[in-house]
Ligand binder design. Structure first.
Ligand code: G3P
Ligand code: CA
Length: 256
């Protein structure tokens, strides 16, 4: 690869902020996402869950203990109960007071950004939601005119074939990312247009990226925070880097 083509390649790689700029800020908070936009992220990754009163909130874990001062299971709590918790203090006193983020508020924030900023939405899928989460997500994307993929701003992701199947039926026009953690499952959902292996998997099996690309899949790798892993992704032709450190990755790409 020539220096010029290497530079083009580095600039073409998309940078997605994993749970926002979550190295610096408490994950999934407005502050984390605002920082990610300021840091030049092309898109914002978020995990969505459904509350007991059917609101979509941005929370990674099934329970709230790790990222808040409360106790309980997200899907068993109402939005009002979650709103009473502090989702920032666990990251340091300077972040105290951050509130749970509604997916709708994140959507508005991305749409209000001074440049196009996408959303990579991962459904976390307690079986008790029985598909309701995907229905709510599709409804909201329709409400904002984002469900047909025409705006090119939203993609949906999941480790769950069931969730991807439901999403494909509800919003067939959206790019769908099939996430892979520890191993490459031999069969992928036929409608997945993108593959999302974890960086551990890519380090262990660098040929995986080429094999996925040979199947016509665009490749998103997560969670890529170390400079040497960014270099590895570039060498392998990864299309999108998902990172907790969007500014650092952006600077590394620009500096090549
Ligand atoms: O971007 C995909 C990645 O977020 C999947 O893992 O556990 O961080 O949701 P997790
Ligand atoms: Ca995620």
């Amino acid at each position: 690869m020539t220096a010029a083509s290497s530079l083009r390649t580095a600039r073409a790689v998309r940078v997605v902020a994993h749970r926002g700029a979550s190295h610096e800020h408490p994950e999934h908070t407005l502050a984390a996402y605002r920082q990610a936009i300021a840091d030049g992220a092309d898109a914002l990754e978020c995990d969505v869950r459904l509350t007991a009163d059917h609101k979509l909130v941005c929370v990674h874990d099934r329970r709230v203990e790790r990222t808040s001062d409360g106790r309980g299971v997200v899907s068993e709590m109402t939005y009002a109960q979650l709103s009473a918790l502090d989702f920032g203090a666990w990251k340091g006193a300077g972040h105290a007071g951050a509130r749970v983020l509604l997916f709708e508020d994140l959507l508005r924030e991305a749409l209000a950004a001074p440049r196009p900023v996408g959303l990579a939405v991962e459904t976390k899928h307690p079986t008790r939601a029985g598909g309701r989460l995907e229905v709510e997500l599709a409804r909201m994307l329709r409400e904002y005119g984002l469900a047909d993929g025409a705006a090119g701003l939203v993609e949906v992701m999941s480790f769950s074939r069931g969730a991807l199947t439901r999403l494909h039926r509800l919003v067939p026009g959206l790019p769908a990312v099939y996430l892979m953690e520890r191993r490459l499952r031999p069969v992928r959902p036929p409608y997945a247009t993108h593959a999302g292996p974890g960086i551990d998997l890519v380090r262990r099996d660098p040929g995986l990226v080429a094999r996925l690309k040979a199947k016509g899949l665009s490749v998103r790798v997560w969670t890529v925070d170390e400079p040497q892993d960014v270099e590895l992704c570039l060498r392998l032709g990864v299309d999108t880097i998902i990172t907790n450190r969007p500014r650092q990755v952006r600077e590394q790409l620009e500096g090549r």
